[in-house]
Ligand binder design. Structure first.
Ligand code: GLY
Length: 535
């Protein structure tokens, strides 16, 4: 079973499974295919995380988060007068981190893959060179972003017909430069991306446009294998991503807090249920802002403490069941974060389970394609804290754990997660959505464990989000009836509703029936072309 944001990428993964590949092989093939078919977030110019639980009991995680280039420094997002320059942080050439996806896929393949890597890249090459049909979803994106595509010649060449006019729905969209880049990866391995033609073109474009990434930065990039982070929730074991993602720690903290309540008897989406969710979120996100960043740069990060049941019990002790707490003002706040990223899941016939969340940060990342390379570059530097020492109500955070430094990985919220029952994978889950990723995953888990929903219901159900600061409880449109919103307000929550086009997350999941091993794959109905397929 494969579940991803695009049917052609899902098919690429399923075909690899049919051909005898394992879940890791299928995840890599799906990831390369998404880089062609789902340019909003599928990528080779970004980064992400892969978590695997293998049938033989091995668990592992691959961290291919982008890194800050060697010339980066903590004050790089300030202008000459020392004022915060948001555009340098979130847009343009200085917002690009050294891409990690290709190295991550090679690292996971070297450790756990079965089929030759070329078999896993070939489907993506076929999709890029033969072309795919421009769907309405793709067309909508292209129309919205056309002005940005025009700003960069490499992007216009990749995303406009012959570089000149916008594609229309039904057009065949070929990506010859991307196909050539993928062929170099297939033929030369990682070096086909991090050295040679691709690296040179990327570094030249950086030099010409005031970007920082050099050929040396690319050659120095390494993906890291990390031990998974573990927790438990009402008898289910949680296997998830450690730092530099904040996702795993924050998810486990929230679940640990909620374990102390009988949520089921509060009633699904009652004010009582939503209040306890919000108060757990508030506390876990305060920890996130205070403590989390790149683990190598922050060796003292109290990970064990943050995921302990004792810590959760202390936090729970501060929750009033009928009164909202106030988030401690402004001392710790978070930078704005994009809602684009993508998650996908694979389970193979043997029962190996793999979850991947990867991203370009914003939808279509920096919108920059270096001429002749065909792939979009991320704007992940925007996930670093922008101004050292400055934390304020506008959303700036200046705390040290997540400041820019050469080679450092920026803090992420991506939460690729596998829940186990009796030692075997039961639920594979994850989502895009910036900081809402973690609360989206939380609610799917709670819906299934506490409220016994099936996966389709658990994913489709409306969601809420609180992230400590700003001190606002955000609810999806039509997510609760007016009387529940009024009751939450009477508890002291500042309730706001997302607009109808601003849904929370696009979760992708697979659930495996422990009795029959039957798999149910669910793509979030919020994802325009999400798909689940098995064989
Ligand atoms: N850029 C989204 C994340 O890493 O959480």
């Amino acid at each position: 079973m494969v579940v991803s944001a695009h049917p052609l990428a899902t098919s690429a993964g399923v075909q690899v499974l049919r051909d005898g590949g394992n879940a890791v092989d299928a995840a890599i093939a799906t990831g390369f295919a998404l880089a062609v078919t789902y340019p909003a977030a599928g990528n080779i110019g970004g980064g992400g995380f892969l978590v695997a639980v293998m049938k033989d009991g091995r668990t592992t995680a691959f961290d291919f988060r982008e890194t800050a280039p060697a010339a980066a420094h903590a004050r790089m997002f300030l202008d000459s007068a020392g004022a915060y320059a948001e555009d340098r942080h979130h847009e343009g050439w200085t917002s690009v981190g050294v891409p990690g996806t290709v190295a991550g896929f090679f690292a996971a393949h070297a450790k756990l893959g079965r089929l030759p890597m070329r078999r896993l890249i070939d489907p993506a090459i076929g999709l890029a060179s033969k072309g795919i049909t421009v769907s309405w979803a793709l067309y909508d994106d292209f129309v919205e972003l056309d002005d940005e595509f025009l700003r960069h010649p490499g992007t216009a060449a990749a995303f406009r017909k012959k570089g000149k006019e916008p594609y229309q729905p039904g057009d065949l969209w070929k990506q010859p430069d991307l196909a050539a880049t993928l062929r170099r990866i297939r033929d030369k391995g990682e070096a086909g991306f991090y050295r040679g033609t691709t690296a040179r073109r990327l570094a030249e474009a950086m030099r010409a446009n005031g970007g920082l990434i050099t050929e040396e930065d690319l050659a120095a990039y390494r993906a890291k294998e990390r031990p998974v982070l573990r927790g438990s929730y009402r008898g289910a074991e949680i296997v998830t991503m450690p730092p530099p993602s904040s996702g795993g720690i924050t998810l486990i903290t929230m679940l640990n807090i909620l374990e102390g309540y009988d949520l089921a008897s509060a009633g699904w989406h009652s004010a009582g249920h939503l209040h306890l969710l919000a108060e757990s979120m508030r506390r876990a996100y305060a920890d996130r802002a205070r403590h989390l960043g790149d683990p190598e740069a922050n060796p003292g990060m109290p990970v064990d403490l943050l995921v302990s049941k004792e810590h959760a019990a202390r936090l729970r002790g501060g929750i009033d069941p009928a009164r909202a707490s106030r988030s401690d003002p402004v001392r710790f706040n978070d930078p704005p974060e994009s809602v684009e990223t993508t998650h996908y899941c694979v389970v193979d016939a043997e029962g190996n389970a793999v979850v991947v969340t990867y991203t370009l940060e914003d939808s279509y990342g920096s919108k920059i394609v270096a001429p002749g390379t065909g792939f979009l570059l991320n704007n992940e530097m925007g996930d670093f804290n922008p101004v050292p020492g400055r934390t304020d109500t506008t959303g700036l955070i200046g705390t040290p754990p997540n400041l820019v430094a050469p080679g450092r990985r920026m803090l992420s919220s991506m939460t690729p997660t596998i829940l186990l029952r009796d030692g075997a994978p039961w639920l594979l889950i994850g989502s895009p959505g910036g900081r809402t990723i973690i609360t989206t995953v939380l609610q799917v888990v709670v819906n299934m464990v506490d409220f016994r929903m099936d996966l389709a219901e658990a994913i489709a159900a409306p969601r809420i989000h609180h992230q400590w600061l700003p001190d606002v409880l955000r609810i999806e449109k039509y997510g609760v009836p007016p009387e529940t919103a009024e009751r939450l307000a009477s508890f002291g929550h500042r309730v706001t509703f997302r607009g109808s086009s601003r849904e929370q997350g696009r979760a992708m999941g697979i659930v495996i029936d422990p009795a029959t091993a039957i798999r149910q794959g669910v793509a979030d109905p919020r994802q325009p072309e999400g798909s689940a397929a098995g064989y």
